[in-house]
Design a protein around this ligand. Structure first.
Ligand code: AMP
Length: 637
């Protein structure tokens, strides 16, 4: 048995697991409402450069600008709803949108440089919802507020499991994990846990290979722990089939938002032709006129939903007219726009700029290629995977409300950022806001006495300890049985397991190899194979050192996430998001049967899945507000 030191933090009030933008928002707000509370952060990397914002951002993609008379929160719900083909939790989305501006104002106070429009004095808009920032140091700036708020920040502690109360059914009591440098075992006994541990990259086989391996769109360290932890604790999940595919600059995954929205660049096929609209007539037969009306080439909604833009892209390439180019040569003739184009990457995706330099691509004279990425499982960009959480009391219908905002179906267990399902288009600022909302509710939960009397038996703590270090024991016992290279009949290593996972998600659950196509036969085979991988993980994953131990547990969380994705994809019998994935056996969107949210639960004791449909309530009406919010000149000054 491993002999690493055990460190126990007892009687904590709020444990924040993962300190990306969601977790930092949670720590900050927990301190505001809970001056007397003990607040601890556990972060597997270092809070200054962790999470999806680690390497910076060039825009904050969710800002209403209500004080500048720009948008109402209702408009944002309408936008996100249409972008997601109708499927959002409008209560959660509205709640985030009505609070998000204040988070952005705080970021500016803390030192984040936000660009200003010289003419109007308002923030410089990139698009309707996006504002431009000098954001290379976005994360360290926000992290500082969280560090000042928490009693302690444990960097390099990877949380592997949640602890459950032994006194009450379905109540959380803390979490356990290990230090990825020292190996020490950490036990947190806490009245509430807020999980902001991030979505999932590297679940699907990435396009990048060889020296490019590891270059992916979302943060490569996002291991789906936000999902794995919650699923294993028996929390209900929603919209896990809503994986996202991104149109990106090829191989560097450079983002396109600033180019499309601010530089006003556009795409064309390999022959230099506009291609998107050609696909709309056929597409409107698949999705119906509510989402896309092709009469006279008029689109019923602008912007056209992200997945449908992908659909045109994918089909054009499959028709043999690739590659798809971003037309930059026009915009880049303007020296100011040229500078913005490069800055955009230098501030958040340096790799794309380096790749262009290395491959002699000057976007002023040559239109760069775009591609569609492998799918990702997350919940804060144009997609809404995550836990089924309670909404706020004032606007949520009964089915969406069970006492505390952003609380999962496990008592005392809250989510933020990617962890919360049905809330797409939150991005960085919205995730931070969600953390704030979750923490406020968590403090209320404690003050209401809901976290009293939790008991964690020593046997639970011991059992988890044994499980956590088992991969190192397995390695020790069997390492001499290697037959060739790293092949060992007694175990798999984390890399081998990850390769298997990526291949099966790719081929059976709609990855790039199959042009995002799947069906019930493929999904059933995939689920069987995934079950075998999960068994192999349990029975024999080996870690030769603490670093591999981290990889082993990341793989575990990715496997749990993937199973939920497959189960949900099988359950939703329609193609709701053409361009994100296709159910080849159910190619049409089916509003009659599937205008619903999907909710799953994995039984923590048996591993069995149950799936159900949850009502999709439209709380915000369809009519775009004619009246803009009132300008408050003073506040803007
Ligand atoms: P990205 O740079 O692709 O991550 O996107 C940044 C922001 O721009 C997000 O809010 C996207 O939803 C939005 N966006 C990206 N491309 C487009 C487009 N072609 N039309 C409208 N919005 C877009």
């Amino acid at each position: 048995m491993a002999s690493y030191k055990t460190i126990v933090e007892d009687n904590i009030d709020v444990l924040v697991v993962g300190a990306g933008l969601g977790g930092t928002g949670a720590a900050f707000e927990a301190r505001y409402w809970g001056k007397d509370k003990k607040i601890i952060i556990a972060e597997k990397a270092n809070i200054d450069r962790s999470g999806a914002v680690a390497q910076g951002l060039y825009a904050i993609n969710c800002y209403m600008g209500t004080r500048f008379g720009e948008n109402n929160p209702e408009d944002h719900v309408r936008y996100a709803r249409m972008d997601l083909m109708g499927m959002v939790r409008e209560d959660l989305l509205f709640d985030m949108a009505r609070h998000v501006d204040s988070a952005v104002h705080q970021f500016e106070e803390w030192g984040l440089p936000i660009m200003r429009n010289e003419k109007t004095g308002t923030y410089q808009r990139e698009g309707r919802w996006q504002i431009m920032i000098h954001g290379e140091s976005y994360k360290p700036i926000v992290a500082e507020a969280a560090k000042k708020s928490a009693d302690k920040v444990y960097n390099r502690v990877c949380v592997t499991h949640l602890l459950m109360d032994d006194n009450a059914e379905n109540r959380v009591g803390g979490a356990v994990g290990f230090n990825v440098r020292t190996g020490n075992y950490h036990v947190f006994k806490s009245k509430t846990v807020i999980v902001g541990a991030g979505g999932a990259s590297n679940i699907y086989k990435p396009r990048s290979v060889g020296e490019g391996a590891g270059r992916v769109w979302y943060a490569p360290w996002s291991s789906g722990s936000a999902y794995g932890l919650l699923i294993e604790a028996g929390a209900k999940m929603t919209q896990m089939e809503n994986k996202i595919v991104l149109a990106r600059f090829k191989d560097g995954y450079g983002p396109v938002g600033a180019y499309f929205l601010h530089l006003k660049t556009y795409t064309q096929n390999g022959n230099g032709e506009e291609y998107e609209s050609k696909w709309f007539p056929a597409l409107s037969k698949m999705v119906g006129k509510e989402y896309l009306d092709t009469e006279g080439q008029h689109l019923s909604h602008k912007p056209i939903p992200t997945c449908l833009r992908n659909h045109a892209f994918i089909n054009e390439v499959n028709a043999g007219r690739g590659p798809i180019y971003m037309v930059t040569t026009e915009a880049f003739q303007d020296p100011h726009l040229e500078e913005i184009g490069w800055h955009n990457f230098l501030g958040m995706t340096v790799g794309q700029a380096v790749l262009w330099a290395a491959t002699d691509v000057d976007p002023k004279y040559e239109n760069p290629e775009l591609t569609t990425s492998e799918p990702y499982v997350m919940g804060s960009h144009a997609t809404g995977c995550g836990a089924w959480c309670s909404g706020p009391e004032d606007i949520s219908p009964d089915e969406y409300f069970w006492g505390y905002n952003r609380m999962t179906t496990v008592q005392g267990l809250f989510g933020a950022g990617d962890a919360v399902g049905g809330t797409p288009h939150a991005f960085s600022s919205g995730s931070f806001t969600e953390g704030r909302l979750a923490a406020k509710a968590a403090v209320q939960y404690i003050n209401d006495g809901k976290g009293d009397g939790i008991s964690i038996n020593e046997s639970q703590i011991e059992k988890r300890k044994e499980q956590i270090y088992q991969p190192m024991e397995t390695y020790k016992v069997y390492r001499n049985h290697i037959t060739a290279g790293t092949v060992n009949p007694h175990y798999i290593n984390p890399r081998q397991g990850l390769d298997r996972l990526q291949k099966m998600m790719d081929e059976y659950c709609g990855g790039v190899t199959v042009s995002y196509m799947t069906n019930d036969n493929l999904l059933n085979i995939g689920l069987k194979k995934l079950g075998l991988l999960a068994e192999d993980w349990e029975g024999g994953i080996a870690a030769k050192d603490i670093h591999e131990l981290l990889r082993a547990w990341e793989l575990k969380h990715r496997i749990l996430t993937s199973e939920a994705v497959m189960q949900h994809t099988l359950f939703r019998e329609e193609t709701r998001w053409p361009g994100y994935y296709y159910r080849g056996d159910k190619m049409k969107l089916d509003d009659k049967n599937w205008h619903v949210l999907t909710v799953s639960r994995r039984d923590p004791n048996t591993g069995e899945y149950t799936l159900e449909k949850a009502p999709l309530y439209h709380i915000i009406d369809d009519k775009e507000e004619k009246e803009k919010p009132t300008k408050k000149k003073k506040a803007a000054a």
